[in-house]
Unconditional design. Structure first.
Length: 186
């Protein structure tokens, strides 16, 4: 029998992830072509630039997410993560993207964002929003955050921690060095 222990919930933009995967697949095809056909210093330069763009597509489109766990909320942004214990969270709302409020400030999370079309429909108030609109999905996330605040907010979890995306930044740095060396050897 399973315990009633709370599970981790993750919220992200599916359309951004699909776009990111498409960009990375196109980049991989370009890299494969360069590896097979263009084995020169210029090929290494172009290949490293394509690889940098692939890493940037991953960082910008696939990486952002919001994760709720019993211990903390994790805001995974483009190049850094914020781990915020529930006792530090004082509220959440959505303007254009999710914002989590603490006593230390307001942290933005692009993993949950509103589509401009839905924002305009909401402001005008004319046509009704569909049940699967970005506004209703964002409202669900805010509701889940508030439920977690009520359930886990009394437990002392420490301070807000910020972690940089070291693997992604390292990959960009290494690829940039390779591109510079290849440009000098051309």
């Amino acid at each position: 029998m399973k315990s009633n222990e709370a599970e981790t919930e993750q919220y992200l933009s599916a359309s951004n992830r699909i776009s990111g995967i498409i960009v990375i697949v196109i980049g991989a095809v370009g890299l494969l072509d360069i590896v097979l056909e263009w084995r020169t210093a210029t090929g290494i330069l172009v290949g490293s630039l394509i690889a940098i763009l692939m890493v940037l597509a991953y960082c910008g489109l696939i990486r952002p997410a919001v994760t709720l766990s019993p211990q903390a909320i994790v805001l995974r942004n483009h190049l850094r993560d914020r781990v915020i214990p529930w006792n530090q969270v004082s509220g959440a709302d959505v303007a254009d993207i999710l914002r989590v409020h603490t006593d230390a400030g307001r942290f933005r999370a692009p993993g949950v964002q509103l589509v401009m079309r839905d924002l305009r429909k909401q402001r005008v108030g004319g046509r009704k929003l569909k049940a699967d609109s970005s506004v209703s999905r964002a409202d669900v996330v805010v509701g889940r955050i508030e439920a977690h605040m009520d359930q886990y907010g009394a437990v002392d979890g420490g301070e807000v921690k910020t972690n940089w995306a070291r693997p992604e930044l390292t990959a960009i740095g290494v690829l940039a060095v390779i591109a510079i060396v290849a440009a000098l050897l051309r």
